[in-house]
Ligand binder design. Structure first.
Ligand code: SAH
Ligand code: SF4
Ligand code: F3S
Length: 476
């Protein structure tokens, strides 16, 4: 298992790492490290930056977690099961530390932010508890640990520009954070309290990072934010016509021509900020890939209102229709929560109808999980576990059927695939993704090697279609 192990994230959708880069060699070896990532893409991107910092400090990757001199858990608290998972891992490492006092034990990410010092009381063996806003400060914090302190870094922090080079899992696809935090107040969600207020990076800093990535051979970038389409609300600037400048649309135009980058994606989009202008721009910019992740959460207006989502089913439907009008083949994925407090059977049926009607390419489903410091967790209308399980089962069955049907449109088509690496399960095949983000395996062998290399855009004749992936043959 590689250095950056990660669990399926609640909003997993885009590039999963193709293969690991080799560790950087540094003169001063401080020992080995192992990072486990539990959360979403933002969490994974933070892990990549922290891995970069550790390598720059002179740490090298451990082959296995139980051999590492420094163990870092980058945690997630979006649902209770995500949070509990980390405690079982920590118990094992705390026991290990009792025998190996030099072991450094770090909890980063959203559980760290939520629990803060309480984590130290629960697991006194911890050296460092650090919230997500402190990821780029890892070196400073570790210096304090080296000086014998037990450190908790969870105060509100202006996120520094990352001066190190993230150690990225892929050599072809890279994530680029553009906005941190969340200013919404969805009644079920813990993110605003653990990720803080929105902080947008400047368009100049973002472009500079992308230019650097292009120089190092990256071909695809995914702009990241909890609500990516809220980008720029905290930046100054109004056009002479009175329009706000520095929107996501402006940013896409600003970075589109970076030479060497072939594909641009962004995630996650909030329906509230997904404008017509953004849709037009996506349709017009050739590198912009036709895949949009826009969580709807529910197909019922009263539930949406109770969730404080700030849009209606009608508004959501209009967004999907407009996207499909301008980009008929676009893939649209979403997130849905079932059994929100008070959700009636009829309201749940409305969600099923919307999922069926809109024909999503992929849906991340979850049963509602009460979270600390969120209003919905205190409501008396909580639904029993059995209802959660049954609704989730029913929705998942529908999602599987809809996704399979959506996927069938690829049969016999020729798709442009960006080769990311060799299929680990079948070395005769390369793997990559379509513009619509479908994982695709394709035969590309020739005597003595492959017809194509990672980073190549390949025309693939699709021959077989499964629910979540495609296979075919590279055309010559
Ligand atoms: N900012 C994005 C989503 C980020 S959280 C948005 O607003 O759309 C990722 C997903 O986790 C959410 O879309 C939601 O479906 C799920 N989620 C968040 N809180 C949850 C909770 N308390 N219980 C179950 N699922 C939850
Ligand atoms: Fe959570 Fe809502 Fe913010 Fe998304 S928009 S991260 S669901 S509070
Ligand atoms: Fe989880 Fe934090 Fe992301 S709670 S979903 S890792 S923002």
């Amino acid at each position: 298992m590689g250095l950056l192990r990660s669990f399926e994230s609640p909003i997993a959708l885009l590039a999963t790492p193709a293969h690991a880069t080799s560790p950087a060699t540094t003169s001063k070896d401080r020992g080995s490290f192992f990072i486990t990532t539990f959360g979403c893409q933002m969490n994974k991107a933070d892990s990549e930056r922290m891995a970069g910092i550790l390598q720059a400090m002179g740490y090298h990757e451990a082959a296995a977690e139980l051999e590492a001199d420094l163990v870092l858990y980058n945690t997630c608290t979006i649902r209770d099961n995500a949070e509990q998972k980390v405690y079982s891992y920590l118990g094992r490492q705390a026991r290990r530390k009792r025998a190996l006092p030099h072991l450094k034990l770090i909890v980063a990410g959203c559980v760290a932010q939520q629990e803060g010092e309480a984590l130290l009381r629960r697991i006194p063996e911890l050296d460092l508890v650090m919230g997500p806003q402190h990821a780029n400060r890892l070196e400073t914090l570790l210096t304090q640990v080296d000086n014998g302190q037990q450190v908790v870094a969870t105060d509100d922090n202006h996120i520094l520009e990352d001066l190190t080079t993230a150690r990225r899992d892929s050599t072809i696809c890279a994530w680029v954070n553009v906005i941190y935090g969340c200013n919404e107040r969805c009644t079920y969600c813990v993110v605003p309290s653990v990720r803080g207020k929105e902080q947008s990076r400047s368009p100049q800093a973002i472009r500079l990072e992308i230019e650097g990535l292009a120089t190092r051979g990256f071909r695809e970038i995914t702009l990241l934010g909890q609500n990516i389409d809220a980008y720029g609300r905290d930046l100054p600037g109004i056009t002479p016509e009175g329009r706000r400048q520095n929107t996501l649309t402006d940013l896409l135009q600003h970075i589109h021509d970076v030479e060497g980058i072939e594909r641009i994606r962004f995630a996650t989009s909030h329906p509230r900020y997904f404008t017509e202008r953004l849709i037009e721009t996506c349709a017009d910019l050739p590198k912009l890939c036709e895949h949009f992740h826009i969580p709807c959460q529910s197909g019922d207006n009263d539930v949406l209102k109770a969730m404080a989502r700030g849009y209606t089913v009608e508004k959501y439907r209009r967004i999907v229709e407009r996207i499909r009008k301008r980009m008929p083949d676009a893939a649209i994925s979403t997130d849905v929560i079932v059994a929100f407090p008070g959700e009636t059977d009829a309201q749940f049926q409305n969600t099923l109808s919307v999922v069926e009607e809109l024909g999503f390419d992929q849906v991340n489903t979850a049963a509602y999980s009460p979270r600390p410091n969120t209003p919905a967790a205190t409501w008396p209308s909580q639904l029993p576990e059995a209802v959660k399980v049954e609704r989730l089962r029913e929705l998942n069955a529908l999602v599987e059927r809809v996704a399979r049907q959506r996927n069938s449109r690829y049969a016999g088509r020729v798709e442009q695939v960006l080769a990311e690496g060799v299929n680990p399960k079948n070395p005769q095949q390369l793997m990559g993704r379509t513009r619509t983000n479908r994982l695709t395996f394709f035969a590309a062998e020739q005597p003595g090697g492959y017809l194509y290399s990672p980073g190549d855009l390949v025309a693939v004749q699709i021959e077989s279609v499964r629910s979540f992936s495609l296979s075919g043959t590279a055309m010559q």
